[in-house]
Design a protein around this ligand. Sequence first.
Ligand code: FAD
Ligand code: NAD
Length: 477
Amino acid sequence: MVVGDLPREVDLVVIGGGPGGYAAAFRAADLGLETVLVEARGPLGGECLHVGCIPSKALLGLATLITDAAEARAAGLEFAPPKVVLDRLRAWTAGSITKLAQGLTGLARARGVEVIAGHARFADPRTVQVAAEDAPPAILRFQHAIVATGSRPVALPGLDGAPERIWDSAAALALPSLPSRLLVVGGGYIGLELGTVYAALGSEVTVVELTDGLLPGVDRDLVAPLARRLTGLFKQIHLRTKVTAVRETKGGAVVELAGEGAPARLEVEQVLVAVGRRPNTADLGLDRTGIKPDPRGFIPVDAQRRSADPRIYAIGDVAGEPMLAHKAIAEGLVAAEAIAGRPAAFEPQAIPAVVFTDPEVAWAGLTEEAAKARGVAVRTVKIPWSASGRAVAMGRPDGLTKLTFEADTGRLLGIGLVGPHAGELIAEGTLAVEMGALAEDLAGTIHTHPTLSETLGEAAELFLGRPIHLPPPRPGR
Ligand code: FAD
Ligand code: NAD
C-alpha cells in the first residue's frame, strides 16, 4: 500500500472494477503487468453484478417459473398460486451476488492484482489519486491507465414532486416492496425486464414509452411477439406517451401523462424510471488529462480503446454504446493486450444483444433495419417457430428465427431471434457472423433434434431454396 502522499510507480491502474475493469486487470496481470484495480464500491463486479445483469436475471428466472407454472394448466398440470416472500427473495439474490463477488476477489488475489477500495481521480496525465474513507489517499504514478467507470441511470427532470415514489433500476432490484400498481417509464431493456419481474410477482404494471414502439431500434418483427405477450402480462402499454409531472399522495403518487390515447392522470403506488443510462465521466479529473468527453459524456477511443491521451485507455459503458457487459469485457481484453504490446483491436463483426423478457429477444450483426438504412443489398429469411417441433412441444410456437444474408454471396451478416432461450441460441449465429459463414455452412451443420437450434439450419436451407419443414418454394421464387 501507499503511505502518506508518496507516489508509487505501477505499470497499470484500472479505474472501476466492473466487467470491463476486472477483465482488463486480470488479462494485464496475466501478461506480466503490475496492475492495481481501484473500485469505489469495494467489492468487484460493478453495476452488472451488484445492481444490474445478475440480480435482474435471478429475478427474471423466477418470473419465468411463475408464468410457466400458470401456463402448465393448459397442459393438464395445476399449481396453487405462488406465495411471494420478499425477505427470502432478497436474501436469495444477495447470496448469488456475494458468491460471485467473492469469486472475483479470489481471482484477483490469485493473479496478484492489487485491489484498492476508493474513489479514483486523475491528478495529472500520469497520476491517479485514490480517496478512501478509512485510509490515507493513495497516489499512483502509472505507465498506463484504463478508465472503466461505467454508467448511471438518467433521471427524468420534473419528477421531483414525489422522490419517495420514484425508483431507478437499482432501487427496484432491491425489492423494497411489491407495489399494487407500478408505472414503468421507458419501454426499453430495463423497463420491460423489470416490468416483467414485478408483473409476475403480482404488481399491476403500466408502461409508458416515448416513441411509437417498444425496444426502439430493434427490428419490428422481432418485437411483435414480445409486445403481444406483454399486452397480456401488463395492464396497459401507452406508446408515444411521456410523464409530465408526479405528485405524492398518501398511498402513492398521481402521475400526469401526455400522449395519444393515454389517460391524463394515473394513480399508482410506485414509479420506475428506466429511460437510459449516461457514462460516468464527471468527478474523475479528466480535465487534468488530454481527454475531452463527447457531448453525450462518452470518452472517444480508437480501435485499441486508447483515448486522446496516449497513456489512458477507456472501455465499457464509459467508452460508448452498446452499454453491455460482454462488450465491456471484450474491450477490456483488447486494451490490456494493446498496453502489453500485443497486436489487438476491437473490431467485432457482431456484438450480440439480448433482452431477457419472456419471450427473449436477441440479435447480432447487421439488423434488417440497419441494412436498409445503409443501402446494403441483403436477403432476409424467416422461420416461424410453428415449424419447430421443439417449440410446439414447449407450447411456444410464437417465436421467430431470422437470418440476414448478403444477397449476392450468401454470407451471413446478421441474426435475429425471438422466443424462449433466444439468449442462448444467439451464440451460434454470432459465431457464424464473426467467422463469415455462408448459408451452406449453416445448412450443412447438423443441428440436434428436437431443439430450437434447428431453426437456424432450416433458415439457411430456406435461403438456399430447399426448406424441409415448410412448404416447397414455388418455382421462380
Ligand atoms: P460498470 O459495471 O458500471 O462498473 C463500473 C465500476 O466503476 C462501478 O463498480 C463503479 O463503482 C466504479 N467506479 C466508477 N467511478 C469510479 C471512480 N472514480 N473510482 C473508482 N471506481 C469507480 N448488460 C448485459 O450485457 N446483460 C444484461 O443482462 C444486463 N442487464 C442489466 C440490467 C440492469 C438493471 C442494468 C442497470 C444494466 C444491465 N446491463 C446488462 C448493462 C451492464 O450492467 C453494463 O453494460 C456493464 O456493467 C458495464 O460494465 P463496465 O465495466 O463498463 O461498468
Ligand atoms: P434503453 O435505452 O434500453 O430504453 C430507454 C427507453 O426509454 C427507450 O425506449 C426510450 O425511447 C424511452 N424513453 C426515453 N425518454 C422517455 C420519456 N421521457 N418517457 C418515456 N419513455 C422514454 O435504456 P434502459 O432500459 O434504461 O437501459 C439502459 C441500458 O442498460 C440499455 O441500453 C442497455 O445497454 C443496458 N441494459 C442491458 C440489458 C441486457 O443486456 N439485457 C438489460 C438492462 C439494461
